[in-house]
Design a protein around this ligand. Structure first.
Ligand code: AG3
Length: 281
């Protein structure tokens, strides 16, 4: 058989991943991005948007569990959650495992992500029909600008910080998110890799620090995101997310209390990250 490869077009990575592709299940274009669903013998089905791997069947749970469960478990009983991006449903699947959650808004600008996920990734999309989930296919910045309630948790599960996703990393957006959070609430957004994108990780922290009383950072190992040592950036009105407030929901495959506590950078590394001009620890 011909050797068919997918070479990833990661916007910032100093290396390029090449994946063997045994089948192309879907290709299409929406108003916002180019889609491909392909099969790799090791990772299974993979969702590719604009040439960048968004998740694979084999390793998606590391990312989705860690984005959702760290902030949610840091609170005794979170009720209202906003997920911006994440139309595939992976984060929502984890959010709805929390019995205290009464309402989860899913705000992806591109409804095609949800359609493709439901068609090709049923195990990722499995929480999308939960009655507590309200689908709001619109721009996340506009959603927050118009949102009148309060949220306990705001999670950003976007594409990389380029193109239309950039509007989700501005001081205005962070400031708006802060004003919607209750006193114990938390905002968490992806922030690339400590191995490959050290200055970007710092820049997101600086922007958060300018908008929130408290900023923090935790990480998780994601095999298919270049640099692997993937970051989640946190903004709160004062609350720390470092310690879980209760026992883990079930089932999870990676998240647990020990992982929660060890995912955060120790203070001496956090301080080094924030030193001007540094490119690595
Ligand atoms: N959201 C994060 C994608 C980041 C991919 N970046 C990369 N491979 N360089 C993915 C959506 C999953 N719900």
């Amino acid at each position: 058989m011909a050797d068919v490869r997918l070479f990833e077009k990661d916007p910032y990575a100093p290396i390029q991943y090449g994946y063997e592709v045994t089948e192309v299940l879907y290709r299409g274009t929406s108003e916002y991005q180019e889609f491909a669903v392909v099969v790799n013998p090791f990772f299974g089905r993979m969702l590719i948007l604009d040439g960048v791997v968004q998740f694979t069947e084999r390793d998606e749970f590391y990312y989705h569990e860690m984005l959702a469960h760290v902030p949610l478990h840091a609170m005794a009983a979170p009720e209202t959650v906003v997920v911006i991006g994440g139309g595939d449903g992976g984060v929502i699947r984890e959010v709805v495992k929390h019995p205290s959650v009464k309402k989860a808004y899913l705000v992806d600008i591109d409804p095609e992500v949800t359609r493709v996920s439901q068609a090709y990734f049923p195990t990722v999309a499995s929480g999308l029909d939960d009655p507590r989930v309200e689908h709001c296919p619109m721009d996340g910045a506009r959603f927050l600008a118009e949102f009148e309630g309060k949220a306990d948790v705001i999670l950003v599960d976007s594409t990389d910080i380029v193109g239309f996703a950039k509007s989700l990393f501005t001081p205005e957006f962070f400031g708006r998110a802060r004003s919607i959070l209750g006193p114990g609430g938390a905002f968490v957004t992806l922030s690339e890799s400590l191995h490959f994108h050290f200055p970007i990780v710092r820049e997101v922290q600086q922007t958060l620090r300018a908008s929130f009383p408290c900023a923090d950072l935790y990480t998780a190992p994601i095999a298919t995101y270049a640099g692997n040592w993937w970051c989640f950036a946190v903004g709160t009105n004062g609350a720390s997310l470092r310690v879980p407030a209760r026992a883990p929901v079930t089932p999870t495959r990676y998240y647990c209390g020990d992982i929660h506590r060890s995912a955060f950078l120790p203070p001496f590394l956090y301080d080094r990250l924030m030193e001007d001009g540094r490119e690595s620890f």
